[in-house]
Design a protein around this ligand. Structure first.
Ligand code: HAM
Length: 454
């Protein structure tokens, strides 16, 4: 069978046969590895993710977004019709396969299409409009893995469905900006308008004419883009195309009156809010469903230079109709969690520090361990920050752990204490020990902790 290129070379282990009397046989056991571009999010990184998702959840609540979850698997057609057949995401990166019923399904490369599908499937147009939704979950794109780019990655997104007013575009940019502010990450917002299908068509013709005039100077991909998807010309990063790209006609000059008014209004809201933004006339986004406002959020280095895109979004007023639904103007954005969590780690590494505990419970011997478990439960139920390591047997090792966890007191239960119905309290700062009644341990310690805090 042909080996999948996706699977990394497995680690190999050699073992000997354990059969009695048998010749030792060397066996090879391969340990499965995570797929290329897919990564485990280990406990050490969880504090940064938790910080991020807690902040996002709180902001969603402040701005009245309700949580929605949609399946990871969808009909492939959903993304082909919405994100666009000729986009990199659908053409080159989407995981598509036939399931056991022969249906062509895809691992979602993004969630906006799924949210619109859910909006239409559940008749959400009957709810008071607009409907504000937020979500979080894994997305899949078969991209070339590199730093900050994975094949399974997480997004967190906000969508406003059923509103054409520019105030919704501005509100989303405000939410994105506030999220990063609260996370302590410096960002810059880049903004553009790609108009409506009518005025964009005029612009596309103009753009193609510009490229036709310089055809010999641009890369092969751009030559194809001129015919298949002219707006993608603006995405080209090839060195040889930059001079031609620099001279392109400005899309904002081609906006029709309603599109220009809409965009001006978004900018006025941002100015009123004191939200800085940069106009970027080559920002078109890599998904076909957008119209009018498009934006991206970049992290900013200490030198003030914009770095990688942390998130992006825009308006998609025609997506619901493309999917066979009624006209539903809408807009939204999504951020990448890996990229954002990595930034949080960079600017706030202290988040990984473990929270100090109040009490550690140490035990010596089987009977004492049973009593210690009961004691632990009493403290936990009383809301005291308590820890244990019931697998350890030696007192010294347990005291070391208590010290590492920053325990204020260690409670020690040994055989003698079990017999006497007592427990030893050790003050971890002074080393002073005293004996108290087992049944009064929780109340006594709560008092001590209260007095210490006062
Ligand atoms: P997108 O720009 O394709 O937009 O993705 C949003 C964010 O997801 C990116 O800015 C980036 O941080 C993250 N991201 C994308 N691909 C990867 C990857 N391979 N590895 C790691 N992170 C990645 C959308 O997906 C739209 N659905 C956003 C939207 C919502 N538009 C309207 N509503």
């Amino acid at each position: 069978m042909k080996k999948s290129k996706l699977i990394k070379k497995p680690k190999v282990k050699e073992v000997k046969s354990e059969k009695a009397g048998a010749e030792p046989v060397k066996k090879v056991i391969a340990t499965p590895q995570a797929l290329r571009g897919m990564k485990d999010i280990l406990p050490a990184d969880q504090p940064f993710w938790l910080f991020l998702t807690d902040k996002a959840r709180a902001l969603a609540k402040s701005y009245s977004f309700e949580k929605i979850e949609t399946p990871v698997l969808e009909e492939a057609g959903l993304f082909i019709r919405s994100v666009g057949k000729e986009t990199d995401i659908v053409e080159k990166e989407m995981y598509v396969f036939e399931d056991l019923d022969g249906a062509k399904i895809a691992l979602r490369p993004e969630a906006t299409a799924s949210i619109v599908r859910a909006y239409l499937n559940h008749g959400m147009w009957n709810l008071p409009q607009p409907v504000r939704l937020w979500y979080q979950g894994p997305m899949f794109r078969h991209e070339r893995p590199q730093s900050g780019r994975y094949r399974q990655f997480f997004q967190l997104g906000f969508e406003i469905l059923g509103d054409a007013n520019p105030v919704s575009d501005a509100l989303l940019i405000l939410v994105a900006s506030n999220l990063y502010k609260e996370l302590g990450i410096n960002t810059s917002i880049q903004l553009n308008s790609i108009g409506c299908p009518t005025c964009r068509e005029v612009y596309k013709n103009e753009l193609v004419n510009h490229y036709k005039a310089h055809r010999s100077k641009v890369c092969e991909s751009c030559k194809k883009r001129m015919q298949r998807n002219p707006l993608r010309l603006l995405d080209c990063k090839e060195e040889q195309c930059q001079a031609v790209k620099k001279e392109i006609p400005q899309i904002l000059d081609f906006l029709c009156d309603p599109c220009r008014k809409h965009f001006m209004s978004v900018l006025e809201y941002l100015e009123e809010l004191g939200l800085p933004y940069f106009l970027n006339n080559t920002l078109v986004r890599g998904l076909d469903y957008y119209n009018r406002t498009v934006f991206e959020i970049y992290s900013v280095g200490n030198d003030g230079a914009a770095q990688s895109a942390l998130g992006g979004g825009g308006r998609y007023d025609y997506l619901a109709e493309t999917l066979g639904g009624r006209t539903t103007p809408a807009c939204g954005f999504a951020i990448g969690l890996e990229r954002t969590a990595n930034k949080i780690k960079e600017v706030n590494p202290a988040l990984a520090e473990k929270e100090k505990i109040d009490i550690f419970i140490a035990q010596l011997g089987d009977l004492a361990r049973r009593k210690a478990m009961v004691l632990f439960e009493s403290f936990r139920r009383a809301g005291v920050k308590v820890a244990e390591d019931f697998c350890r047997t030696g007192l010294r090792a347990q005291l070391e752990i208590a010290d590492k966890l920053g325990a204020r007191y260690t409670l020690i239960v040994g055989q003698k204490e079990v017999q006497d119905g007592t427990v030893i309290i050790r003050d971890m700062e002074s080393g002073v020990q005293e004996i108290i009644d087992f049944n009064k341990a929780v109340a006594d310690l709560q008092k001590k902790l209260f007095l210490n805090a006062a």
